[in-house]
Design a protein around this ligand. Structure first.
Ligand code: PLP
Length: 826
């Protein structure tokens, strides 16, 4: 791999084994301060990371020189979450020096695998939304798109989950404890961020009207920390810039000199809480003042940074839309709309119309959920107190919009549904519609989700602006989720079709023609079997449970949420166990049910579902009568690293959300790519996965989104469904009679009562179809040749779900940065 020319004063570091070995040793001695014979795994990790980082920096600087010379358009991806996971293996993979590094360390008698294991998992996100942001960074760098990710450098990432007698308990995730070798602190890149105070009329502006000024605010500083993000092949290295809160002054010297030491550091304590911790909510707004301040903090810092960069090379801001695409990952950065207006009008003296044209030209917004309870709104009173100037601007955006609205002109009664302000005793600002109005494009994340967006939450806005909503079906990076997570399958694919598919994943389709090659099928099966043995070993260590790699590995790993219906899967486990006890000698397909996922600490039902899964597991695993034909395990602390271990070992991928409720899913794509067969509803991207792999290679069941809506509208009676299904009735009864909780038979009443009396998530309605489809899965699995054909067709046909494809679509249709200069030059 050759480095692009750049005016570098230093010789780039070599990618060969000897240079790597020499640099690891130098870093070990001179940066870590340790000799070889005394070095621990942490020391080796630190030294290796620094040596690898050098190689990233060479390419990073070259990319920066190239971009500065061309002054092209940049993408700025604003996201409150980046669920990146570990970085070392990814950097080695994308630089193409994984094996070289293993050999270099091997010469010191050090095992690369065990060094990789000490890296903490950077869990600056909750789940799918944060992981999507991380996949997009990888794809932007791979495609040669100049892109920057902006977020918060949380000191504590998503909590660590442990179980105490089956209950989830949360511990702080102190990922920076041993330092972070990948980041560069930039103390000189710091911006003031103001809160509170009030708005007063100031000096008259060019139009003679007094310009508002925001006075009496409290100020903190946002300081940048940069992490290089390398794409496949190493040609482009982009930046993930995370903001950390610092006090404007470390010490307030007046109280310090008068002897009040604690008061003098109070300011420091207050300001740093802003970037202290990630809110552990997934698909539910936290609604806290501190959360609003986090959102504003990172959004304002990022926009100030974008404007500063622009001013270095340009006179004004009218051409900003030709130079900067700002993508909002959900509504968390929606305050960008009034903030960019404020910066352009109050600070840079533009008039409203020019500022509005620039704002809309730059910003676009990705919606991630349709669930009404998950849509962000902020109380007007809170905004007025924390961000008074922004509330004024929001009111003006709203006034101008409602006055010009064609929909309102036609039907004035729709004013209240179109207004940005939700009226009532507790007036609130609707952040989704605010982001919508301030954007030139608004996208959903799967075809079904985008269609439902048009029909439900944004029905009126879509009528007003029929061209604004567009679909961009999510994707995943094949570098992390295949090359790195599944080296066995990657090698097999390489043997069959060579290389090139890693950044052109559609090429996997060449495998589809090989399903009748029995040697290939056997090899494909053997790869899965090896990955399962590896996971079985891990299950033995972590959960102290022996499972057989010959069993069907039936996997549901994702956040615990009622709409994702882990409960449906647990009910299936209970019913299956009961039938196995009825006829233990029948021809059962041995099965291991594997669960993992965190519940938001305040989400009581989700935590009770975890406890139920653990209680059911304990009883089933201890039952000798079913002779190991069913095992069940809930692995603690689901994160990217655990996902990389579990997904390559899955046979069956559980994607069983209530139809219409999962916007896309990306776990579904990772599993299919790794040759698991999906059992799923017609929800989110499952619909498109089914179209691509073909109806015969996926197990679809249950109500459609339209049927779910109709059932809810008609007033559905789960009690009648349960009464008519003896299998379901018996499973629920066992949960209710204390079979799994003899110490507290009433423990699961909140779950079973809701199931019997309301069942909002239609678990009972889909149970029978799910049962039958699980039985089909079990029967199919017994036909190894046929199962493997199906699995191969999954891997072969899901190349479209590469995030390279997704990001290219954004680049062409939303950002206007395609083809990127790096490619055009080729
Ligand atoms: C991919 C991923 C998710 C998203 O999974 P879904 O099944 O789409 O909800 C969540 N967490 C982690 C760690 C992931 O890797």
């Amino acid at each position: 791999m050759e480095l692009p020319a750049s005016p570098m004063a230093i010789e780039p570091r070599g990618l060969d084994r000897d240079s790597l070995k020499r640099d690891i040793l130098e870093w070990l001695v001179y940066a870590v301060g340790r000799e070889v014979h005394r070095a621990t795994r942490h020391d080796w990790f630190a030294a290796t990371a620094l040596a690898v980082r050098d190689r990233l920096v060479d390419r990073w600087m070259a990319a920066q020189h190239r971009e500065e010379a061309t002054d092209g358009k940049r993408v700025y991806y604003l996201s409150l979450e980046f669920l990146v996971g570990r970085l070392m293996a990814n950097a080695l993979t994308n630089l193409g020096i994984y094996d070289t590094c293993r050999e270099a360390l091997g010469e010191f008698g050090v095992d690369l695998g065990s060094v990789l294991e000490v890296e903490p998992d950077a869990a600056l996100g909750n789940g799918g939304l944060g992981r999507l942001a991380a996949c997009f960074l990888d794809s932007m760098a791979t495609l040669g798109i100049a892109g920057t990710g902006y977020g918060i450098r949380y000191e504590y990432g998503l909590f660590e989950q442990q179980f105490d007698r089956g209950w989830q308990v949360e511990y702080p995730e102190d990922w920076l404890k041993f330092g972070n070798p990948w980041e560069f602190e930039r103390p000189e890149v710091a911006y003031p961020i103001d809160f509170y105070g009030k708005v007063e009329p100031g000096e008259p502006g060019p139009d003679g009207r007094p310009k508002p000024v925001w006075r009496g605010s409290q100020r903190v500083l946002a300081v940048a920390y940069d992490t290089p993000v390398v794409g496949w092949g190493g040609a482009t290295v982009n930046t993930l810039r995370l903001w950390s809160a610092k006090p404007v002054r470390e010490f307030d010297l007046v109280p310090f000199n008068s002897g009040d030491y604690l008061k003098s550091v109070e300011d420091k304590i207050l300001s740093e809480t802003l970037s202290r911790v990630l809110y552990p909510n997934d698909n539910t707004p936290a609604g806290q003042e501190l959360r609003l301040k986090q959102e504003y903090f990172f959004t304002s810092a990022s926009l100030q940074d974008v404007l500063r960069r622009h001013r270095m090379h340009h006179d004004g801001y009218d051409d900003l839309p030709e130079k900067a695409a700002l993508q909002l990952n959900d509504t968390h950065p929606a305050i960008a709309v009034p903030e960019l207006m404020r910066l352009l009008i109050d600070r840079h003296r533009l008039d409203w119309d020019r500022a509005w044209a620039i704002t809309k030209g730059c910003i676009s917004y990705t919606n991630h959920t349709l669930m009404p309870e998950a849509l962000e709104t902020w109380p007007v009173a809170l905004l007025e107190r924390v961000l008074p100037r922004h509330l004024q601007i929001i009111y003006e955006i709203n006034d101008r919009f409602l006055k010009s609205s064609k929909v309102v002109a036609k039907d004035p009664s729709r004013l209240s549904t179109l207004s940005l302000i939700q009226e009532g005793w507790d007036r609130r600002v609707r952040m989704g519609p605010l982001a919508f109005l301030g954007s030139h494009r608004v996208n959903g994340v799967s075809a079904l989700h985008t269609q439902l967006m048009r029909e439900t939450v944004f029905r009126d806005l879509n009528e007003e602006f029929p061209d604004r909503i567009t679909n961009k079906t999510n994707g995943i990076t094949p570098r992390r989720w295949l090359v790195q997570a599944n080296p066995n399958l990657s090698q097999l694919i390489h043997n069959m079709i060579g290389s090139g598919w890693e950044d052109d994943l559609g090429r996997l389709s060449a495998l589809a023609g090989r399903t009748e090659d029995s040697a290939f099928r056997e090899a494909f099966w053997a790869v899965k079997r090896r990955n399962k043995a590896f996971l079985a070993h891990h299950i033995g260590e972590i959960a102290d449970l022996r499972v057989s790699g010959d069993a069907l590995f039936d996997v549901q790993v994702k956040r615990i949420h009622e709409y994702k219906r882990q409960l449906l899967n647990i009910l299936h486990a209970v019913a299956l166990w009961q039938e196995m006890r009825d006829t233990p000698d029948a021809a059962w397909t041995p099965r291991v049910k594997i669960f993992a996922g965190k519940a938001a600490p305040g989400y009581a039902v989700a935590k009770l579902i975890i406890k139920l899964a653990n209680d059911v597991s304990r009883v089933i695993n201890a039952d000798a009568e079913i002779r190991d034909q069913l095992k069940m395990v809930f692995l603690p602390n689901y994160n990217v690293t655990l996902a990389e271990r579990i997904i390559p070992a899955a046979d069956l991928s559980e994607q069983i959300s209530t139809a219409g409720m999962e916007a896309s899913g990306t776990g579904n794509m990772k599993f299919a790519l790794n040759g698991a067969i999906t059992i799923g509803t017609l929800d989110g991207a499952n619909v498109e996965i089914a179209e691509r792999v073909g109806a015969d290679n996926i197990l679809i069941f249950g109500l459609t989104a339209a049927e779910v809506a109709a059932k809810r509208a008609q007033g559905y009676d789960p009690g009648a469904v349960i009464a008519a299904d003896p299998r379901l009735a018996r499973a629920i009864a066992a949960i209710e009679d204390g079979t799994f909780s003899p110490d507290d038979p009433g423990r699961f009443r909140p779950i079973t009562d809701a199931l019997r009396h309301s069942d909002w998530f239609l678990v009972a309605a889909d149970f029978a179809a799910y049962w039958d489809t699980q039985a089909r899965a079990a029967a199919l699995y017994r036909d190894r040749a046929e199962w493997t054909r199906m699995a191969i067709r999954n891997t072969a046909n899901v190349g479209w779900f590469s995030s390279d494809r997704t990001v290219q679509d954004y680049a062409e249709e939303i950002w206007g940065v395609w083809p990127p200069l790096a490619r055009a030059a080729e």
